[in-house]
Design a protein around this ligand. Structure first.
Ligand code: BES
Ligand code: ZN
Ligand code: ZN
Length: 470
């Protein structure tokens, strides 16, 4: 799918199909009202009606709601791929609507067909026409920006969707190096020897039973005019079998997505660099595979993390927090940042709390949470905050170590996981830190909103929006 700004008005733009977004209220007295009524079109959300003879495709949406427009366009764009039209035109009446249309198109038409013999090689050009009250220069640069952000989101989706044997920690690190090679980003990759020297024993324990060796990735973007510094940390579990606390077979399917936090960090850096934003951004990814084997780490082991704190392992499936513990420590030691965000498919409990579609945001600063929620909503992602409290903190107490890696009660698991991470945040960073639990929002086996089956690229649009606002 390619998006172009039309030089002409809607009527004089040449295309072989018109895409028209129509709301219930617009339907009454509309020129095609009777034809649409006979076709059973009620302008319900994302309902599609293709009138091929008239070269028009209608899609239902509430035109006063950007999310509704975005979702409808996404549905229409995947629908368009089933026809042979090459040029499609659409009209945008405001900048916000333009952003929603382009986002819906580019994210909704994504498909992951690398492993299909039959690849869809269709290239559709979307001609966006704007009303005379909009400036074409501003519209053009808005389209460029949205294209950049959506390409980065789709890049993250590609990484996450790649099967675990083709995206091991070493492969993920190679992708980061490649990303840096084709841009102004810098990339360093560290192996186990380095992790040992840095005393990152929690991360090493998780990695130990896999034949695919762990990697610590540091990707950075340092523009000359940087106004702020932000550090991003990503959970990069290229596969999570659960370890000796083995997952049931049905829960293991889709666990290639446990690298989605790390992949989001790569996507965010890709977008920020391409946009040339005046913010220094560092991405740290702990790339590890959690497997079983004779040398696997076990429930009952006690690990000493990089900052010297001891952790009683009571469940090897709560591995993401162990990896993040060390990577967070390393990231804070390496860079003095104004913000520290981590992205992780950390807990099934987050999905229980918020549903599958919403990212959980957890941290100490109400003000920062407020800004992140705003950025998420402007970017078109769902995010909601889950509150800390000291009683839940007590659930992490261990009789034999500084803390346990799981809570002693089965409730509030997304919060206890974040409270676990809090043990690895330096005092001066407490108010600057935010944890994004993307366990539900990063991947879905059925399509929703602008997301086809599979990885969504959760976190990329929100974080880029936040960085843009700095
Ligand atoms: N990667 C999982 C969390 C997850 C579950 C992500 C489902 C996406 C979908 C994580 O490592 C995990 O297994 N967490 C456990 C923690 C528990 C043992 C305290 C969980 O959520 O069950
Ligand atoms: Zn796990
Ligand atoms: Zn995991």
């Amino acid at each position: 799918m390619r998006v172009e700004l039309s030089e002409n008005s809607f009527n004089s733009t040449v295309a072989d199909m018109e895409l028209i977004v129509l709301g219930l209220k617009d339907l009454l007295g509309y020129c095609d009202e009777q034809i649409l009524e006979r076709a059973g079109f009620k302008a319900a959300q994302s309902q599609i009606c293709a009138l091929h003879d008239m070269r028009k495709i209608y899609v239902g949406a509430d035109r006063s709601n950007l999310q509704s427009i975005r979702d409808a366009i996404a549905k229409a764009s995947s629908n368009l791929l089933s026809y042979s039209y090459k040029r499609v035109k659409i009209e945008a009446s405001s900048y916000d609507e333009l952003k929603a249309i382009v986002t819906g198109m580019l994210l909704g038409s994504y498909s992951f067909d690398r492993y299909k013999s039959d690849k869809s090689s269709k290239e559709i050009v979307l001609q966006v026409c704007i009303g005379s009250d909009l400036e074409s220069k501003r519209a053009k640069s808005l389209i460029d920006e949205v294209v950049t952000i959506c390409s980065a989101t789709n890049y993250t989706r590609d990484l996450v969707n790649t099967p675990p044997d083709d995206m091991t920690p070493v492969d993920l690190a190679a992708c980061a190096v490649e990303l840096a090679r084709e841009s102004l980003l810098e990339c360093s990759v560290y192996d186990e020897k380095f992790l040992e020297d840095e005393k990152m024993n929690a991360m090493l324990a998780v990695a130990r039973a896999s034949v695919h060796k762990p990697r610590l990735i540091h990707l950075s973007y340092r523009p000359k005019n940087a106004k702020k510094v932000i550090t991003l940390v990503g959970k990069g579990l290229t596969y999570d079998s659960g370890g000796l606390s083995l997952k049931p077979s049905s829960s293991m399917v889709t666990m290639k997505m446990d690298k989605a936090g790390g992949c989001a960090v790569l996507g965010i850096l890709k977008a920020v660099e391409a946009l040339g934003l005046p913010v220094e951004v560092h991405g740290f990814v702990g790339a590890v595979e959690n497997m079983i084997g004779a040398n696997a780490y076990k429930p009952d082991d006690v690990l000493v993390a990089k900052n010297g704190k001891t952790i009683e392992v009571r469940n090897t499936d709560a591995e993401g927090r162990l990896v993040l513990a060390d990577v967070l420590c390393y990231a804070q030691q390496s860079v003095k940042a104004d913000y520290l965000f981590d992205f992780a498919t950390l807990t099934g409990a987050c999905m229980v709390a918020l549903g599958q579609y919403t990212t959980g945001i957890l941290g100490h600063s109400g003000n920062l949470k407020h800004h992140i929620r705003r950025a998420s909503s402007d970017a078109g992602e769902l995010a909601a905050s889950l509150p800390f409290n000291n009683y839940l903190k007590d659930l992490l107490k261990s009789e034999i170590a500084d803390m346990s890696n799981v809570g002693s009660k089965p409730y509030g698991g997304a919060i206890t996981a974040a409270l676990f991470l809090d043990n690895f945040i330096d005092d001066e960073m407490k108010q600057k830190w935010m944890h994004f639990d993307i366990a539900g929002s990063a991947y879905s086996e059925s399509s929703w909103g602008v997301n086809p089956h599979g990885a969504t690229g959760a976190g990329v649009r929100s974080c880029v929006e936040f960085i843009k606002g700095l």
